[in-house]
Design a protein around this ligand. Structure first.
Ligand code: RFL
Ligand code: PHB
Length: 395
């Protein structure tokens, strides 16, 4: 006999989506169990996002998970666009009525939420792999999962939420016959590094150069996070530290004397890029949130923020159900998320195309790209549109 346990909300995945959902449900007095296939250290070290929108910052504060973020996070008032060797600042607060973003790494968000969950919240099982979601259309959906020692268990739930990322299993519970998938792949990837060197600039720099895109970001006053566009499928072994620095330096050359500072690289990897939306984001009593339902290329810094938007919406709907008995918000979950998802898809796609060089582009298209950038930095409406989208669409 397979062991069976019970909870109200079964959550697959302890990434930002699953962890924030568990915290919001705990605060709402709704019990949940989180099942995560990797170990704690892996989840806490996985290098990903760096930028939190105002709405994500507020959500973390409101659920009591913002204390360290408020001490160690770095509020940012804007970004710089760099092309034709010139830097153009985009100042968010003056364009958006005071909105900012926060640099606080996904690794730190996950560490904070895991510590809170283990201290106060419901069970969080690491090294347990969800194998399938069963009976999605009934009042009693189940997660079949396997412990590290190979033993299988069934988690019997009132609701199941798939926060298990792009490669997870929850999406498979939605029949292909009722689903539509929208997808776009890109002919390039990002090579990302972490380096022990203070950031060379106070603001993030998004640079367009004939050799390809680069992005200068940061993790702390002493650690820089930089990315360069490389061909899709690039082998990281082709990139010595020196070659990476040479390339960053060439792509961020300016005519104002500013120069990027080099330092020891302690992490480097190649990251694929894709756009993906799965509709609907629910089926019966199974809901998808975050990368399980949609992926954006990282150029707009939207992925984690979208994941947070989904789970804030879902937690409210579950609370509404518990308080009033009404299924209305739960039934509309996918519809309530999808508009925001598509705005983030549009923005991420536009930012990607605005800044990356396409190996197949004609000279005409290259000139158009620069013309678009020039328009962006010389028209206040275009700048405002960028600033509003970057700082975040309302939840
Ligand atoms: P995650 O983080 O992928 O977490 C899914 C979790 O589910 C687990 N899992 C399973 N557990 C149990 N059983 C199974 N069968 C399972 N299958 C999977 C996984 O181990 C994992 O722990 O999804 P989530 O929570 O939806 O969060 C999404 C974000 O991680 C992602 O959107 C962002 O990182 C995207 N992103 C950025 N987003 C931003 O908002 N701002 C940024 O600045 C930003 N920068 C980035 C990024 C993503 C990047 N990469 C790596 C593509 C920069 C990069 C380079
Ligand atoms: C990051 O700091 O990792 C980062 C920042 C901005 C982006 C993407 C990634 O657009």
């Amino acid at each position: 006999m397979v062991k069976e346990t019970r909870t109200t909300v079964g959550i697959i995945g302890a990434g930002p989506a699953g962890l924030l959902l568990a915290r919001l449900l705990f605060k709402a007095g709704i019990d949940s169990v989180v099942i995560e296939s990797k170990d704690r250290e892996y989840v806490e070290q996985r290098q990903r996002a760096g930028i939190l929108e105002q709405g994500s910052v507020d959500a973390l504060r409101e659920c009591g998970a913002g204390e360290r973020m408020d001490k160690e996070g770095i509020p940012h008032d804007g970004i710089e666009l760099l092309f034709d060797k010139q830097r153009y600042p985009i100042h968010f607060p003056s364009l958006t009525g005071g909105r900012q973003v926060m640099i606080y790494a996904q690794t730190e968000v996950c560490k904070d939420l895991i510590a809170l969950q283990l201290k106060e919240g419901g069970p969080l099982h690491f090294e347990c792999e969800a194998l399938a979601v069963e009976d999605p259309k009934t009042d009693n959906p189940k997660i079949r999962f396997r412990h590290k020692d190979g033993e299988e268990e069934i988690l019997s739930c009132d609701y199941v939420v798939g926060c298990d990322g792009f490669w997870g299993v929850a999406r498979k519970a939605i029949p292909e016959s009722i689903a539509t998938v929208y997808e776009k792949t890109y002919p390039f990837a990002w090579l990302g590094i972490l380096a022990d060197v203070p950031p060379s600039n106070d603001e993030l720099i998004y640079a367009r150069h004939p050799r390809g895109f680069s992005l200068l970001s940061m993790r702390s006053p002493t650690v820089s996070r930089y990315y360069i566009q490389v061909p899709a499928g690039e082998d990281i072994k082709e990139w010595s530290d020196e070659r990476i620095w040479d390339e960053i330096e060439k792509r961020t050359e300016t005519n104002d004397g500013w120069k990027v500072q080099r330092g020891p690289i302690f992490q480097k990897s190649v990251l694929p890029m894709r756009s993906y939306v799965h509709e609907p984001m629910q089926y019966g009593r199974v809901y998808l949130a975050g990368d399980a339902a949609h992926i954006v290329p990282p150029t707009g810094a939207k992925g984690l923020n979208l994941a947070f938007g989904d789970v804030v919406t879902l937690a409210k709907a579950l609370k509404h159900k518990v308080d009033t008995g009404s299924d209305e918000l739960l039934n509309n979950y996918s519809d309530r998320c999808i508009g925001r998802v598509w705005q983030a898809e549009r923005f991420s796609y536009d930012m990607t195309n605005l800044l990356h060089t396409d190996p197949n582009a004609s000279a005409f298209e290259d000139r158009l790209q620069v013309a678009r950038l020039k328009r962006m930095v010389s028209n206040p409406h275009a700048e405002t549109d960028l600033a509003l989208a970057y700082t975040g669409f309302p939840l």
